[in-house]
Design a protein around this ligand. Structure first.
Ligand SMILES: Nc1ncnc2c1ncn2[C@@H]1O[C@H](COP(=O)(O)OP(=O)(O)OP(=O)(O)O)[C@@H](O)[C@H]1O
Ligand SMILES: [Mg+2]
Length: 303
């Protein structure tokens, strides 16, 4: 556990803390591009000096347009990918130097349904993932039953996962994220593809059970401004890899003329209208398109 002085602040006093966190991706290049431009590298800076602090028991909402870097930030904090520069601490553990310990203290809720076994029942799925956390069998069974209760799925637990509705699958993903009883729960767009009613149920569930009763810290990325407003104690707006502003929804709205909404705050700090599918042009995609034009296959086809 890191507890050393850096400047005048003690690292480890926050559930999540990043310092000048930067991530650069070296982009794939076509064979001909590599031959023609030897030594040249296409680099995409996805996160650029991100500083963020989240207190224990707090819900932080990460907002930003498509391609802003939200999932990349969550992946670094969950120790799934390494940063290029800077530091990140979760529960006081350095995600690079103490990755394994950091990992055991966090839960990650991903919306990817394919990561479940569709022919296994809900209960069997959770039991399988519990064994991956090295929980002793009796403890694993007890934890699975407890979590099935928490996510209100006990009555459907023996049905195959493929029978579940989108909302039920999301609740299964949350149960899986809580299997190791983590202090911090990361959620990447957990209400994506849910209808408004199911999304509200999930928000209430996070607020009442996960934060209220269990005292977890929650780091959630979302495209829903009303969700951020209802659920989050604080909101950070990320755009083009930089944190533009962070604060409580009330503070952020208060920083603009009276009557401003979170949507106005988003537009003010990013310079973009808040449209769910709006996005800054993705350099990655543009470059890929350009390379395709140079490809041998395209030339043969006479493009
Ligand atoms: N492995 C990778 N290699 C190259 N570029 C990547 C990689 N992963 C992400 N990127 C690029 O980094 C940028 C940020 O991606 P990221 O998925 O973090 O955005 P996001 O804010 O989660 O977007 P969305 O709202 O669409 O989920 C994008 O331009 C993306 O193409
Ligand atoms: Mg994303």
């Amino acid at each position: 556990m890191i507890n050393e002085l850096l400047g005048c602040e003690i690292i480890g006093t926050y559930a999540i803390e990043t310092q000048e966190l930067t991530k650069r991706f070296v982009l794939d290049r076509g064979f001909l591009d590599v031959i023609r431009n030897t030594g040249k590298r296409d680099v995409l800076t996805t996160l650029d000096g991100v500083n963020i602090k989240v207190r224990e028991g707090e819900v932080l909402g990460l907002l930003g347009p498509n391609g802003a870097g939200k999932s990349t930030l969550i992946k670094i904090l969950c120790t799934l990918i390494l940063p290029s520069e800077g530091y990140a601490y979760v529960n006081g553990y350095d995600v690079v130097k103490e990755g394994q310990t950091a990992r055991s203290s966090i839960g990650f809720v991903t919306t990817d349904e394919r990561s479940f076994y569709w022919r296994l029942s809900g209960r069997e799925n959770l039991q399988f993932f519990a064994t991956l956390h090295n929980l002793p069998q009796t403890q694993a069974k007890a934890r699975v039953e407890e979590l099935l209760d928490v996510v209100h799925l006990k009555h459907r637990a023996d049905e195959p996962f493929l029978n579940y509705s989108a909302g039920m699958k999301q609740r299964m993903a949350i149960a899986r994220g809580l299997l190791n009883d983590p202090m911090v729960l990361f959620m990447d767009e957990p209400t994506r593809s849910l209808d408004p009613g199911a999304a509200k149920n999930l928000r209430d569930f996070i607020k009442e059970h996960i934060v209220g009763e269990r005292g977890k810290t929650v780091f959630i990325s979302t495209h829903q401004l009303d969700e951020a407003e209802q659920l989050c104690d604080r909101v950070a707006i990320l755009d083009e890899g930089r944190i533009k502003v962070q604060g409580s929804p009330a503070e952020l709205k208060g920083s603009l003329p009276e009557g401003s909404s979170l949507c106005d705050v988003f537009s003010f700090y990013t310079g973009k209208a808040f449209v769910e599918e709006s996005s800054s042009p993705a350099p990655f995609k543009l470059r890929r398109e350009r390379r395709r034009g140079l490809g041998l296959g395209m030339k043969r086809k006479g493009y």
